[in-house]
Design a protein around this ligand. Sequence first.
Ligand code: PEP
Length: 249
Amino acid sequence: MRRTLIAGNWKMNGSFAANHTLLTEIIAGLPADNAVETLVCAPAPYLAQCAEILGKSTVAWGAQDVSAHAKGAFTGEVSASMLADSGCKYVIVGHSERRAYHAESSELVAQKALKALSENIIPVVCVGETLEQRESGETSAIVAAQLQAVMDVLTAEQMGSIVVAYEPVWAIGTGKTATPQMAQDVHAFLRSQLAIKSAEAANAVRILYGGSMKPENAKELLAMEDIDGGLIGGAALKAADFLAIISAC
Ligand code: PEP
């Protein structure tokens, strides 16, 4: 059984005051018998604050990126060991915004996933197609290539411990959501790709859907067989919306 994971991606949003309110409201609003694994991915300067506020809660925290290098002269980068020091359990790698605005290749994303795993941090590997690619029938080829780059460098055992997030680029922050069936089709395809590497990994890996998931559409999306949770952007910034998505699981 794959445990449902609901992960918030705050992107470049937040302040000490706003985060304090958001995190305390999330902790207070979670049901006592919450079976859903809950995660917030905060900007690096706020990871210590997450540790302080979430430390005694069941909510995990993670980062939104990690360096592909271990240490040294890489000004501005944050290493996996630094994230581990900050108590991160997860890190997002290959978000479409990083691929688009920072020219991150799938090979670089794979190296980042490897570095995260070397510090026992679970990489949430994002894949997804643009609208143009979907319309020209390239969705499967694009997501397969993005995933393959990671499968090329990870062992079958390592593959079994990652999380994959399918995030159609055209649905991120746009209010457009893939229909549950559209998302399910890609999730099932991704799982079949994972199975080429390892049947165990294919069965174990949680594949999250991301792209304008909100309280109104979460239930239908999360009911699909191969959708094991959500990576939530905008709706993760409002405690009520984030909690409503968790309740929809
Ligand atoms: C994201 O940034 O990963 C995301 C899915 O954003 P949104 O929910 O705002 O579309």
